[in-house]
Write a protein that binds this ligand. Structure first.
Ligand code: SF4
Length: 370
């Protein structure tokens, strides 16, 4: 091949490459313009609101996360308001979203931004990524949406679209699969419009290229899609070795004295700093519960067991089988443990934040009492 032909070939390759980027980007942007949902965090460039929305919506559907976002913005309109809030108030607003370590990290990071960064959100990728609770995805989202920096986000939606478009067969939850996703994404990422690109691709994954029954027939990218062309839409993306779910048993003791109930603050685990009925982390018989109550709390005036309820609760890594034993007391003065204290039962879940498991129990119990 002579020198001229060589350069012509290179030019032709480059042209095809840029045409592909332009074409996919143009089709995506057109699709986004027609189909996007109006969401409040899409009309702001304030990194605080963008960060809030990203943390609140992790592992959560938009319909479920939106009311939480609105509540947080109303209660804590600035990062300083969030930093100076009581952790209990934050957990109360968070209640029902699960993954409570995210709420605690949110509070911690708000304090870092308010006090160490003097209320100014870091404006480059590395400093954003260094904040607690912010991973690659969230850092790229904040960097691109708030500051227009050329970082491509990779979330579950993006993984799915790219794996299908390019026919990536390696498991997307393994390093080799992620490396291929990155290489493929870099080929089509429109770095001149990173915010629009990221929003469009994520929304496309959420609404068009869905996990089940994607709308391939009416998809603007179907002529370029490997999975559609080779009938592999239902096989991609692949995942390997799903998280093992273990069974866990809880016994909760509800000590009742008139309208009062005794609760404790949890010190560790996923529900750290939430409130709960006194808990024993194993399955127990009624007699064991009774002996435990006498030994641990010095109870003397047990009247009766008035109800026993069972609740099942599934987390990503655990299936919890919980039993709730209610013991009505004659007098509470004998309770010796100072890690439990009495409250009005109605305040649990309102004044004192609690887990979804306990909320489920309270709802069931109310139905039962009607
Ligand atoms: S053709 Fe189907 S699988 Fe391919 S990008 Fe479109 S919706 Fe996704």
């Amino acid at each position: 091949m002579d020198k001229n032909s060589f350069f012509l070939n290179i030019l032709s390759l480059l042209r095809t490459f840029f045409e592909q980027i332009l074409e996919i980007a143009t089709l995506l942007f057109q699709w986004y313009d027609k189909n996007k949902r109006d969401l409040p965090w899409r009309i702001t460039k304030d990194p605080y609101f963008i960060w809030l929305s990203e943390i609140l919506l992790q592992q959560t559907r938009v319909a479920q996360g939106l009311p939480y976002y609105l509540k947080f913005v109303e209660h804590f309109p600035t990062v300083n308001d969030l930093a100076t809030a009581r952790e209990e108030d934050i957990l109360n607003l968070w209640q029902g979203l699960g993954y409570y370590s995210r709420a605690r990290n949110l509070h911690y990071t708000a304090q870092v931004i308010a006090f160490q960064h003097k209320g100014k959100f870091p404006s480059n990728y590395d400093d954003i990524r260094a904040l607690k609770g912010i991973g690659d995805y969230t850092a790229a989202a904040i960097a691109s949406f708030a500051f227009g920096l050329p970082h491509a986000v990779i979330d579950g939606n993006v993984n799915r679209v790219i794996s299908r478009l390019f026919g990536i067969e390696k498991p997307i939850n393994k390093p080799a699969g992620q490396a291929e996703i990155r290489i493929a994404l870099e080929q089509i990422f429109d770095s001149s419009r990173p915010a629009l690109w990221n929003q469009s691709l994520m929304e496309f994954g959420a609404l068009q290229c869905t996990p089940k029954n994607p709308n391939c027939v009416n998809c603007p990218l179907n002529t370029k899609c490997f999975a559609w062309s080779f009938k592999k839409v239902n096989e991609l993306p692949r995942k390997e070795g799903k998280t093992k779910v273990t069974n866990v048993f809880h016994s909760y003791i509800i000590l009742k004295l008139g309208s009062k109930t005794f609760i404790q603050k949890r010190e560790a685990g996923i529900w750290k700093n939430l409130y709960q009925f006194p808990l024993i982390d194993r399955q127990m018989t009624i007699n064991e519960v009774l002996s435990h109550a006498i030994e641990t709390y010095g109870l003397q005036g047990i009247v009766n067991f008035n109800s026993v309820n069972e609740i099942e609760h599934v987390l990503s890594h655990q299936k919890i089988f919980a039993k709730f034993y209610t013991i009505s007391l004659i007098s509470g003065s004998e309770i010796l443990k100072n890690d439990i204290f009495e409250i009005e039962l109605d305040d649990l879940g309102k004044v004192f934040p609690t887990s979804v498991l306990t909320l489920k129990y309270l709802t069931e119990q109310k139905k039962h009492d009607k």
